[in-house]
Design a protein around this ligand. Structure first.
Ligand code: SF4
Ligand code: SF4
Length: 397
């Protein structure tokens, strides 16, 4: 996946999508929007807990900090506490800086060609737009994963608040079963929580990203007593435990009411529309439009000329040649350079051309006809309804 901003192109899985391919972009955006709405309604903060890069890298950073601390304390006992603290800081921030360079490189490579970006990085370029963007992103990433981390989720990120609004009584949550009254107060669920909260207080805490770390922690503790975990994933506060007993398939995957089925159906509709739009897209897109700055021109040869503009957008990987012909306009002749009918791969060609008819061929006014464009080698064929204008009031002479 890559965005080519200067050329206004978007690359996805080998497909080159142009900014003017409105239907694909429209269906893709709506599909993504409903996917987010549907996922939040059914599965709560599944994105935050398992897919969000901010959460993933924050957890990596927190674990790295903890592991480095353990490693240095264990292997360098002879060092004084202040030296150990300094060693920990230097090692941690150095590793986070290296990671930030890597993460920023991957991020900027969505917009700048990766080999080009690599050489900019090697030459420590902070002059070009790509170099400045890379350096700025590295600094922001470093500050984020060294200091901000999960605070971002609870203070800046709007997605967490949005998900709170989209959930209802049947949305998947992480729930502590207080009624069992078997908690041994070990607080392991609190210690492992990357957000630093106690799930026993409420299943609806804004900070909870439903990562399930506390579920695993409590499972390990209660296993020792031969009992089940007190913390579970459940479908709402009063709903079934996930994985409990025999539940019909639709309920098991979260489709529990009409509202959910409708959202699911809308997702399928937009996904299908996107698939159809991608299937119907041609490598070569030809557009022809009349140029009406001058309605017509009478040539020295007495023929009547109308001007048209053609755009050939070649989204394929080979040069495309377009052949033009005319229907329902007798004795029409094109005035167009032959090389203007070829567009290089991944590029656009624009050309104005004229169509002429002999004087006296048409009655004055507007004549409807078609221009047929056939592209090679793709074989795409398009017909364009056009009008040809001749002087009014009399038959042209
Ligand atoms: S309370 Fe549990 S599920 Fe929620 S963020 Fe903390 S560990 Fe993850
Ligand atoms: S891990 Fe389980 S037993 Fe331990 S404090 Fe948390 S809820 Fe109670």
């Amino acid at each position: 996946m890559r965005f080519d901003i200067p050329r206004q192109r978007f690359y996805l899985a080998g497909q080159e999508i142009w900014i003017n391919e409105f239907s694909i972009i429209f269906f893709a955006l709506l599909f993504l929007m409903f996917l987010i709405v549907g996922a939040s309604m059914l599965y709560g903060r599944i994105y935050c807990g398992f897919m969000c890069p901010q959460m993933i890298f924050s957890e990596v950073s927190l674990n790295l900090e903890k592991k480095l601390h353990t490693f240095i304390s264990k292997h360098f006992r002879k060092w004084s506490p202040s030296v150990r603290r300094w060693a920990h800081h230097v090692a941690f921030y150095s590793l986070i800086w290296i990671g930030s360079v890597f993460v920023s490189f991957v991020f900027i490579a969505y917009f700048v060609e990766p080999r080009d970006l690599f050489w900019r990085l090697m030459s420590l370029d902070v002059v070009t737009a790509g170099g400045i963007a890379g350096a700025a992103t590295t600094v922001v990433t470093f500050l984020d994963f060294a200091f901000v981390r999960t605070k971002f989720c609870t203070t800046i990120c709007p997605y967490g608040y949005l998900q709170g609004m989209l959930g209802d009584d049947h949305t998947l949550i992480v729930h502590y079963r207080a009624e069992a009254n078997e908690c041994v107060e070990c607080r392991k669920c609190v210690r492992v929580c990357p957000m630093g909260i106690d799930i026993r207080d409420s299943p609806y805490q804004m900070e909870c990203v439903h990562c399930g770390e506390c579920v695993d922690a409590c499972t390990q503790i209660m296993d020792r007593f031969g009992k089940e975990s007190l913390i579970h994933y459940t479908w709402g506060e009063k709903g079934e435990l996930v994985g409990a007993g025999r539940i019909p398939l639709l309920r098991r995957i979260g489709l529990r009411d009409a509202k959910r089925v409708i959202v699911f159906a809308v997702i399928i509709i937009y996904a299908s529309a996107l698939a159809v739009a991608l299937t119907l897209r041609h490598d070569v897109l030809v557009r022809i439009a009349p140029v009406r700055a001058t309605l017509y021109r009478v040539g020295d040869d007495g023929r009547i000329y109308n001007t048209f503009r053609m755009t050939i957008a070649n989204r394929g990987k080979e040069p495309a040649t377009v052949g033009l012909s005319v229907r329902d306009l007798p004795d029409a002749v094109f005035t167009i350079p032959v090389d203007a009918l070829t567009a290089p791969p991944g590029d656009e060609a624009k050309q104005e051309f004229e169509i002429s008819v002999p004087a006296g061929q048409l009655s004055g006014g507007v004549t409807h006809f078609q221009v047929v464009a056939e592209a090679a080698p793709s074989g795409t064929r398009d017909e364009f309804d056009m009008t040809f204008i001749t002087p009014m009031g009399e038959r042209t002479q």
